[in-house]
Ligand binder design. Sequence first.
Ligand SMILES: Nc1ncnc2c1ncn2[C@@H]1O[C@H](COP(=O)(O)OP(=O)(O)O)[C@@H](O)[C@H]1O
Ligand SMILES: [Mg+2]
Length: 286
Amino acid sequence: MSTPLLEVREVGKRFGGVIALSDVSTTVNAGEVTCVLGDNGAGKSTLIKILAGAHPHDAGEYLVEGEPVQLSSPREALDRGIATVFQDLAVVPLMSVWRNFFLGSEPRVGWGPLSMIDRGRAREVTRKALADMGIDLRDVEQPVGTLSGGERQCVAIARAVHFGAKVLILDEPTAALGVKQAGVVLRYVAQARDRGLGVVLITHNPHHAYPVGDRFLLLKRGRSLGCHEKRDITLAELTRQMAGGAELEALEHELRQERVVPRPSSPTLETVPAAPAAPPARPGRS
Ligand SMILES: Nc1ncnc2c1ncn2[C@@H]1O[C@H](COP(=O)(O)OP(=O)(O)O)[C@@H](O)[C@H]1O
Ligand SMILES: [Mg+2]
């Protein structure tokens, strides 16, 4: 395997006395999806902010294409080809799709202070970039605010791909979406991967992570529960670990017991429903 695009080794971050992240290791390879899973407060956003240059790490190592780095701003990360789509997306709802696509990097015509945005070309480039990702928008002049949450995510993904990102980091892109829309976004995640980008997908839903992921990093209270290659873990096991393994089993057991109690119990195993008058053998909790 060639050098990973990104790698963290036992990376850590504290905020004053709070250890937000400790001893976390994982890799992001070209053409692969690394999923970061964990409940609220697990440290997912902290890890992403380290990768995206928004927080410097204060323990361990962060390597970009094999080179140890200490990124000090998202701009620096972007210059190294690391694009992040934050949960709020940083789109301007009243601006058109194409303005949001370029956000300050529009193609221009003319020269110096007299130059103007080349609107025709900007629209065409946007339409084509979206079409290349399989996104068919009728009108790139429509305000981004008129798009669905899933479509907005797709525009942000297409923008990162178009501007030559090597790594695409997506913070909970499917969290606020319905089943169908989440599926659409996951399809574009797979497309970005197939175009050779390394993708970091943050989610708390193993059902969203498993179909597209190559590697699964599980975080809990700032610590790693392990990083598994897909061949080493099933969806059922991933779900079990996410839910806290033993804790979930205890809960399941408890729920199963509660279901048994309200049923009218009968000393024999008969399939015919018990007569309504038949009193329960022992008082049930209602
Ligand atoms: N800027 C900060 N200052 C202090 N504590 C923080 C800061 N950011 C995150 N934390 C703490 O670090 C832990 C992990 O948070 P976070 O990375 O946001 O988790 P997640 O994204 O998985 O929900 C939490 O306990 C949170 O309170
Ligand atoms: Mg978060």
